[in-house]
Write a protein that binds this ligand. Structure first.
Ligand SMILES: C[S@@+](CC[C@H](N)C(=O)[O-])C[C@H]1O[C@@H](n2cnc3c(N)ncnc32)[C@H](O)[C@@H]1O
Length: 215
């Protein structure tokens, strides 16, 4: 049976996103502190395939874990890598190509992937490349990328993904269900943590962390 929990974490961004990006897609540092405290120990290797503004990696270093990450936007990559002690562990490339790099087996994989609404065409995983336009291709690509991620997992390495369903006007995107479905081929879901933000961001009272292990 999937283990389900409700926890409370403050919505506080301790480190602002860089000026060329908004804070919109950043996750709070405390969310990573909580997951690292409960799933890793000092010296463990942590990988984030969609690093963004590097929150997971900065917290990993702060807690004496060893961060690894991929981010395909060069500007974000440089901003993050330039502030990391372990900057050589950052790769600037599409996470779908992670096999090209000599990354070690990890003790924890944690990430918040780019979100897509199902009525839109722009696939954020592929920089809007029209060859991969549409929600179905986005989901298929998500399954492909996380399939590659299994190569970096030991038998007991948890994969933790932050996800939200999206309501935009009349359009609802059941992203949590849809991404869980495409991961089903390579992973078994083992947990679900609902985070209720204390001091919530307007219109964003909750988020979800899903935990998987590889099949
Ligand atoms: C939701 S953001 C991650 C935010 C991060 N948790 C933080 O706190 O800053 C997702 C990131 O994935 C990156 N991205 C999108 N597609 C990618 C791909 N195919 N490979 C690697 N990175 C990708 C985006 O540029 C974006 O920075």
């Amino acid at each position: 049976m999937t283990h389900k929990k409700l926890i409370h974490i403050p919505w506080t961004l301790e480190r602002d996103a860089p000026p060329f990006e908004g804070n919109d897609i950043k996750s709070p540092e405390e969310m990573f502190r909580y997951t690292f405290k409960h799933n890793t120990k000092k010296g463990d290797k942590i990988f984030d395939p969609f690093t963004g503004m590097g929150t997971s990696l900065f917290v990993a270093e702060e807690m004496e874990r060893i961060p690894f990450g991929m981010e395909y936007e060069p500007q974000k990559y440089e901003w993050v890598a330039g502030q990391l002690e372990n900057w050589t562990h950052m790769v600037c490339d599409d996470a779908a190509k992670l096999d090209k790099y000599k990354l070690p087996k990890m003790d924890l994989i944690i990430t918040c992937p780019p979100y897509m609404e199902r009525h839109t065409k722009w696939n954020p995983l592929c920089g809007g490349n029209p060859k991969y336009a549409g929600y179905d291709k986005y989901l298929k690509r998500m399954g492909f990328i996380f399939g590659k991620v299994t190569n970096l997992m030991k038998k007991n390495t948890p994969l933790i993904i932050q996800l939200d369903n999206i309501q935009s006007g009349k359009n609802f995107t059941p992203l949590i269900h849809d991404i869980t479905s495409v991961l089903n081929k390579s992973f078994i879901q083992t947990g679900e943590t609902i985070i209720q933000w204390d001091t919530p961001k307007p219109d964003y009272p909750f988020t979800t962390l899903l935990t998987f292990r590889k099949r």
